[in-house]
Design a protein around this ligand. Structure first.
Ligand code: ZN
Length: 429
């Protein structure tokens, strides 16, 4: 499996200058390509091919006075910028014609100097390498100091260098790793991702967002409020923008660390992990809450997916075709309306449920049933109560499919790393 390994870089002042130039050149070539295709389209000309684009915007452009400075950076990173553009176009076309699943992709957009993330990519033929002294040698940039937090398992096939809004530099190596199957265990677990807790498992474990994350989030909120009060264009505003960016970065780091720890534990301790399909359950949640939590949830489930693949475990997202908080996991009856502040309830069958724990149990039951069906067996009477469909809501929609034993959409995300999924434009996911 291909994974990304990320490390912090500490470029010198001179290297930062070279990097800024490289970011700028990559951005220019990307935007030139986008503009050329836009213009061709407006004039009713055919789509400019990838090869044509490369010839006109790199090889020939370097010979013109306006673009001569492209020669100051490695040609590979310019080619990679165009490769990004081509992938963005392909994804957009595939999405528009329905060949690509998932949310609709937007057409590629112009990149700006003010974008939150500047990046360049070097492939093997760019002759980047890790020097014996442990620095990252980048063509026309130099030997950049790296903080190595772990060993690279193999020779990387590419490296992406980024600068975030907080002014930090990172190297993200793509490496091939071999699978490391873990010894089989018998336990399986359903996971409810929630608002009151980060997650609750079907075996009754509740995990909150850790205190350091909540503290970082509080600091971010304060920084954002302070920024909102600053006058536009003022020096103080500029400083406040940097503060917000740093606070953002802290929150993102804390969230990722937490997600890594949890996902590793869940995959290690269970043979199968089932999580609700968030795009479905999201309908039931408020917009605000969803926007806050969505990023964290998808990062977490992405980690579960790749770690499951890596370690020979099963991971599946379960479509919720029933209201899993209101369905009694003991008898299958669906309770009446249940506002979010109801944390505990008692079913007519006499069982008292913790709201989230009950939901997690339902997710586990659904995951097991789907897995059995996927294996070709009929779900026997011991598979728990049949899914009961509540009439009159959108949840009735996939019901018939569910009762026919439809296989849940198991999305395998093969190529992720430690935190950052390989982006689509890398063309590998
Ligand atoms: Zn009951």
């Amino acid at each position: 499996m291909q994974l990304r390994y990320n490390f912090r870089l500490y470029p010198t002042a001179g290297q930062r200058e070279s990097l800024a130039r490289a970011f700028g050149c990559a951005r220019t070539v990307f935007n030139d390509g986008l503009r050329l295709r836009h213009e061709a389209r407006e004039q009713g000309l055919p789509y400019v091919s990838d090869g044509d684009l490369s010839k006109r915007l790199i090889t020939e452009a370097k010979k013109t006075p306006e673009r001569a400075w492209l020669g100051e950076v490695s040609a590979v990173l310019l080619q990679q910028a165009l490769a990004d553009l081509n992938t963005a176009y392909r994804n957009f076309f595939a999405s528009a014609t329905g060949r690509r699943k998932g949310p609709q992709m937007a057409p590629p957009r112009f990149r700006s100097r003010k974008d939150s993330r500047q990046s360049i990519r070097f492939t093997k033929n760019a002759k980047f390498k890790v020097t014996p002294a442990g620095r990252l040698r980048l063509p026309k940039i130099g030997d950049v100091p790296v903080r190595w937090s772990r060993r690279l398992p193999s020779q990387p096939s590419s490296v992406t260098v980024t600068k975030d809004t907080a002014g930090r530099y990172f190297a993200s190596f793509v490496v091939q790793t071999s699978d490391e199957p873990l010894p089989e265990v018998s336990s399986e677990v359903g996971v409810d991702l929630g608002l009151t807790h980060f997650l609750v498992t079907s075996d009754g474990r509740k995990v909150d967002n850790p205190r350091f994350l909540r503290r970082a989030e509080r600091r971010l909120r304060k920084a954002q409020q302070s920024l909102a009060r600053k006058e536009k264009g003022s020096q103080n505003r500029k400083k406040a923008v940097v503060k917000v960016a740093r606070a953002h970065a802290k929150v993102a780091d804390a969230r990722r660390d937490h997600a890594h720890k949890l996902s590793t534990q869940l995959i290690r301790d269970n043979q199968a992990v089932y999580v609700e399909n968030l795009s479905v359950s999201g309908l039931a949640r408020t917009r605000l809450a969803k926007s806050v939590h969505d990023a964290g949830w998808s990062q977490f489930t992405t980690m579960l997916a790749y770690k499951a693949t890596l370690h020979g475990r099963t991971f599946a997202r379960i479509d919720r075709w029933f209201p899993s908080s209101r369905r009694c996991s003991a008898c299958g009856v669906i309770a009446g309306r249940m506002p979010l502040d109801v944390r505990e309830w008692t079913c007519g069958c006499g069982v008292t449920h913790d709201r989230d724990h009950n939901a997690a149990k339902n997710i586990l039951a659904a995951g097991r049933a789907e897995r059995r069906n996927a294996c070709g067996d009929q779900a026997g009477p011991d598979s728990g109560p049949a899914p009961v469909v509540e009439a009159g809501t959108h949840s009735t929609l996939p019901a018939s499919a569910a009762l026919q034993g439809r296989i849940p959409p198991v999305r395998r995300e093969g190529c992720q790393d430690a935190g950052h999924a390989l982006e689509d434009r890398d063309g590998r996911s």
